[in-house]
Write a protein that binds this ligand. Structure first.
Ligand SMILES: [Zn+2]
Length: 256
């Protein structure tokens, strides 16, 4: 009996470690980072209520100007900042007025616009951020360029990215987008989006292996587009398929 007990003692921790180990590998293999841009906007309140209900981490990259101009903008910001699983990030003050080339032609103004948004959003370094209109990563261990702009344009803009990062920002791009039309209506159905995500995890290459940063926009989650229902179904379907939801603060090691 003593022998059996000692064998059992030896086996149990080993089995437990195996389980923990395989779970860790599994989770690391399929992690989705939900990110929502351009809030506060109509739609933001629906996002916050579903995220709270489902207990899922997410990053909300907010626009300073919207905090000041959208009804309840300040309340929505405060509500998001009060939720421990939510990272409120900086998505600039002006959103470049949606004229990106012109915006990125003035490096000092870009840095100033990002710092202005810090003040409005009440954020201090290191600030999690996403540049308006640019899919660029600048993290201590991850750097990636926006492949949708040409080399000449990149040469005009790279200093902007570098100096913004140096001013105390961790810049996050994205791997995949749930697209919307001009009025904010989602293009893909939730079913279609989930099948695209499955496909990408099988064949796609992400900025970091096994980690997908998913871009969405707050305006897609308005009542008229069934915002709460869509986000709830998306989270439920991804969970059922074994995806984990990651916190952007743990996306990459911060100490290289
Ligand atoms: Zn944006």
């Amino acid at each position: 009996m003593a022998f059996l007990r000692s064998v059992a003692f030896r086996l149990l921790p080993a089995t437990a470690m195996l389980l923990v180990g395989s779970f860790a590998v599994f989770a690391a293999d399929k992690t989705i980072f939900l990110t929502f841009d351009d809030g506060p906007l109509p739609g933001t309140a629906n996002i916050l209520s579903v995220l709270a209900e489902e207990n899922v981490p997410a990053a909300l990259f907010m626009v300073g100007l919207h905090v000041e101009t959208i009804p309840n903008g300040r309340d929505l910001l405060a509500q998001a900042k009060g939720m421990p699983l939510i990272t409120v990030g900086n998505h600039s003050y002006s959103h470049a007025n949606n004229r990106y080339r012109r915006y990125y032609s003035n490096t000092q103004a870009v840095v100033a616009d990002m710092l202005h948004a810090n003040q409005v959003l009440g954020l201090s370094p290191v600030v999690y951020a996403r540049l308006p209109g640019r899919d660029v990563f600048r993290l201590p261990t991850v750097s990636r360029e926006d492949l949708s702009i040409n080399v000449a344009q990149w040469e005009r803009e790279w200093l902007d990215y570098e100096l913004v990062a140096e001013a105390g920002f961790y810049l996050y791009g994205w791997d995949f987008e749930w697209v919307h039309s001009n009025d904010g209506k989602p293009v893909q159905s939730v079913d279609h989006l989930v099948s695209e995500i499955d496909h990408l995890f099988q064949y796609g290459r992400f900025t970091q292996r096994g980690k997908m940063v998913l871009l969405m926009h707050d305006e897609m989650f308005q009542d008229q587009f069934n915002g709460q229902g869509n986000l709830r179904s998306l989270i439920t379907m991804l969970r059922q398929r074994g995806y984990a939801f990651g916190d952007i603060r743990n996306y990459a090691p911060s100490n290289p």
